[in-house]
Design a protein around this ligand. Structure first.
Ligand code: F3S
Length: 106
């Protein structure tokens, strides 16, 4: 399973969702997550993300383990996204900023 992490928050470029063969991405107000029940581990999304927000679960840095639970929990609440959309208006400003976990909107 692949996991979206805090680098996505306030960016949401959505290139990842456009390439997912199983439409596993779910969309919240300022982040996407991956539904672990739909992810087939093909990994195409990883290279598509301009901010490198997506990791294989086994490659997650220790300080991002929380996102395993968050992807699962939020995927059950948020709607699917299968087409690319415009990134959030300030996406480029937030690209590369660390510690964005506190900005997550549900
Ligand atoms: Fe987020 Fe990267 Fe996708 S910023 S929406 S994980 S392309």
């Amino acid at each position: 399973t692949y996991v979206v992490t805090d680098a996505c928050i306030r960016c949401k470029y959505t290139d990842c969702a456009a390439v997912c063969p199983t439409d596993a991405f779910r969309q919240g107000p300022n982040m996407l997550v991956i539904d672990p029940d739909e992810c087939t581990d093909d990994g195409t999304c990883v290279a598509e993300c301009p901010v490198e927000a997506i990791f294989a679960e086994e490659d997650l840095p220790a300080d991002k383990y929380e996102f395993i639970r968050l992807n699962s929990e939020l995927a059950s609440q948020w709607p699917a996204i299968t087409q690319p959309q415009d990134a959030l208006p300030d996406a480029d400003k937030w690209n590369g900023v660390s510690g964005k976990r506190r900005y997550l909107k549900r």
